[in-house]
Design a protein around this ligand. Structure first.
Ligand SMILES: [Zn+2]
Length: 349
């Protein structure tokens, strides 16, 4: 393991390209909001609900969780929900796009939701009866890349990328999703953790496979000591992709064929456009519409296996975000008007 002093000499070293100043400021204000004292809580009808991996739950020094939709103070997405993604700055309410994005929620609500989640997963120091402090939350401006940061403190920062690793206790790493897969890694031996964001772009760039490599390089982690949890995200039942996707994945992965499932979608198309099918062919001989469905979760599981993580130490959560929009936010099922969930992980002090 590298000496801690070396790791702390910089707040975070980035494996990748450089940041712009504007991005840095944006990220900084985001951190300050969660670290300043949020407005007194509005009445919350229910506690935030989150999912855990039974395997990771056994690790006493770890906190982790995958947030779900119910139990927050946001009202922008129907009912009370736990939206954890800040509204995008600089979009006027009158802008038509704002009606179709996260911009309809308020920063105050999101800050309060983040606080609720941190308390729910027990990312606190001190006791409820005395003074309780929330651990600092480190998030990224996520850009569907393979950029991974080594996080060494919870100071407000300016990180752009899709993966974070740390071995410093008392910091929460947070990944935002609404269909993409969040992936949490834990090295039980060296007490190091990682959090990654894998949509199709990040998966294609092997973000999680590189994540295992980054933990190995920075903390001396051995893949056989790493435990992983994947999900929830959009599963193969709902994740229809364009015809060009199989070729993209075949260019990268020998097992690409295992990740695609052809769904014959004759019925729905014929119901929608009956005239198209009327005169062409005899009944039962019409062209079937074949759709490609991508299994992103399996793609990321395969990357973990390739990186040397044992299968029994990988827990893919079965939930599909697009199948159940009462429980989850789904960018696709909600046509872009969705909040964000957060996967969090941290090391107890
Ligand atoms: Zn589904």
């Amino acid at each position: 393991m590298p000496p801690v002093a070396k790791l702390q000499s910089k707040r975070a070293r980035r494996v990748g390209k450089t940041l712009t100043k504007a991005k840095a400021q944006k990220q900084e204000s985001r951190h300050q909001l969660i670290q300043s004292k949020p407005a007194r809580s509005k009445a919350v009808s229910s506690k935030p609900q989150f999912l855990t991996s039974p395997d990771l739950k056994k690790i006493s020094w770890l906190i982790h969780g995958f947030s779900t939709r119910p139990g927050g103070v946001s009202t922008a997405f129907g009912g009370h929900s736990l939206n954890l993604g800040f509204p995008k700055p600089g979009v006027a309410k009158s802008d038509k796009r704002s009606q179709n994005s996260r911009s309809s929620d308020s920063r105050v609500n999101v800050a309060q939701n983040r606080e609720l989640l941190l308390r729910a997963v027990d990312a606190t120091t001190g006791s409820k009866s005395h003074r309780e402090y929330l651990w600092p939350l480190v998030t990224l401006r996520q850009v569907h890349s393979d950029v991974i940061h080594v996080v060494t403190s919870g100071e407000p920062g300016s990180l752009s990328g899709d993966g974070m690793i740390t071995n410093v206790p008392g910091i929460v790493l947070g990944i935002l999703t609404a269909d993409c897969f969040p992936i949490l890694l834990v090295d039980k031996k060296t007490r190091a953790v990682g959090a990654f964001h894998a949509g199709w772009g990040g998966t294609l760039q092997r973000i999680v496979e590189k994540g295992v490599g980054a933990m190995r390089r920075e903390f001396g982690s051995r893949p056989q000591d790493i435990h992983a949890a994947i999900g929830p995200g959009i599963q193969k039942c709902c994740y229809e992709v364009g015809d060009e996707f199989p070729a993209k994945f075949e260019a990268q992965f020998a097992y690409a064929a295992d990740l695609f499932h052809e769904i014959k979608d004759s019925y729905s198309v014929q119901m929608k456009y009956p005239m198209l099918f009327m005169n062409q062919r005899a009944p039962g001989h019409g062209d079937l519409c074949i759709k490609q469905h991508l299994d992103l979760q399996e793609g990321n599981r395969r990357q973990l296996l390739d990186a040397g993580v044992p299968a029994r130490q990988i827990t893919p959560l079965a939930d599909c975000t697009a199948c159940d929009t009462k429980k989850f936010f789904s960018h696709r099922a909600e046509h872009g008007h969705a909040g964000r969930m957060m996967a969090v992980i941290g090391i107890r002090k």
